[in-house]
Write a protein that binds this ligand. Structure first.
Ligand code: PLP
Length: 383
């Protein structure tokens, strides 16, 4: 290929890329993703030319996938009989989980979930014959269990519990949901897309966090994303299911590729993000992830202190590395910050903004951001 032409195209791409906000420059303070650590980038590049959807063509890639799933099994206290499906992220895993619940119990259609559930469930209701039955939150912004029980009826398909909500990082009372679901014999899916890579390590650090994983016997499946706190490359999310035999229910025959059956939604998919997630898991291990989570939590408490010092109030004290700040006009503050090169999120429902203290949000980033945030809040009458 013509080198000059390549250079021209790459130059053009660079210009587009310069318009993007950047994790590494410390501009993105509201995302649940982060810059992949260095080994993830190297592993990703190595496996660009793969298709794990056709596993007999790429048996090495398939082995990596199995090894990565084994890592997740251990992380989530999954039983021997469990299995996982790797996909593009939390949305896809949530779709597959509800698809599975429906296939196990086709006549039921009501899905009970907290008001704090991620919008992926709205997509699910639009794709599948499922009715969302929302439950109010209690004073701690968790699913209200008393209210949840009242919603159960003969059409109940199952429950969704969230381990690390998108807005506030709150963990629903999964053990209580597990008891209910066992008693009622209905499916319980835990959306730990964000919290799955944090809560196990918080436990190791001595934080009092509830059991959210397969230790609860009623938990049937869990969503967990490596491209969030797993610090790996987008796109990678996994759905872990308690019983591998259930995957038959969401598998189809695949006559013209090298495996006879394929579970889940995707067909062709790259092994690059799988290799990246596995490489990060190998490189960091439990100790590395625990250190990373400890740093994020310390920076979270540091940020909370700074925010309270400037006279702002939080929606609630953070459980994990998600901080929601009450504001009179969050959209206005978010817009002004955007113009100044910072991206934080707004939560209209709670009249708040949200900052996620991901690994790239270091103390230096916070020290640079807080005076700017304070000035804007002062000028707009928030403080
Ligand atoms: N579930 C939760 C709790 C999330 O926070 C998110 C995204 O932030 C998702 C699901 C969707 O994940 P993805 O954007 O990877 O599809």
């Amino acid at each position: 290929m013509n080198n000059k032409k390549q250079d021209e195209i790459l130059k053009k791409l660079k210009k587009y890329h310069e318009k993007d906000f950047s994790f590494s420059k410390g501009q993105i303070l509201g995302s649940m993703c982060t810059q992949p650590i260095s080994i993830a980038k190297k592993a990703y590049a190595m496996f660009l030319e793969t298709n794990i959807g056709d596993p007999k063509l790429f048996p090495g890639s398939k082995e990596i996938e199995e090894k990565y799933l084994f890592f997740l099994k251990k992380l989530l206290n999954a039983p021997e009989k469990s299995q996982g499906i790797i996909g593009s992220g939390g949305t896809e895993s949530n779709i597959s989980a509800v698809w599975l619940a429906k296939r196990l119990n086709p006549s039921k259609k009501e899905l009970i979930l907290p008001e704090s559930a991620h919008f992926s469930f709205k997509k699910i209701a639009s794709i599948m014959d499922v009715k969302l039955v929302y439950v109010k939150l209690n004073k701690n912004y968790q699913m209200d269990i008393k209210e949840a029980k009242k919603k159960i009826n003969s059409k109940t398909l199952g429950f969704i519990g969230i381990a690390g909500t998108t807005e506030l990082g709150v963990i629903d009372p999964i053990s209580e949901l597990s008891d209910i679901c066992q008693k009622e014999n209905v499916f319980l899916h835990v959306d730990a897309a964000f919290g799955g890579y944090i809560i196990p390590f918080l436990k190791k650090l001595g934080y009092k966090v509830p059991d959210f994983d397969f230790k609860n016997p009623g938990v049937c499946s869990i969503t967990i994303d490596a491209h969030k706190m797993g610090c790996s490359a987008i796109p990678l999310g996994s759905l872990m299911v308690r019983n591998r035999e259930w995957l038959e229910k969401i598998s189809v025959d695949t006559p013209y590729i090298s495996s006879p059956k394929q579970p889940g939604i995707l067909a062709t998919r790259s092994a690059a993000p799988v290799a990246a997630a596995y490489a990060v898991a190998e490189y960091l291990g439990t100790k590395g992830y625990t250190n990373l989570v400890e740093k994020c939590m310390n920076n979270t408490f540091y940020t909370v202190k700074k925010i309270e010092e400037i006279g702002l109030k939080l929606v609630t004290q953070p459980t994990i590395n998600v901080i929601a700040i009450k504001l009179k006009n969050p959209a206005k503050i978010v817009n002004i910050l955007t113009k100044q090169g910072y991206k934080i999120n707004k939560i209209d429902r709670l009249s708040a903004t949200r900052i996620v203290i991901m690994p790239h949000v270091t103390k230096q980033v916070i020290d640079r951001f807080i005076p700017i945030f304070r000035k804007i809040c002062k000028e707009t009458g928030e403080i």
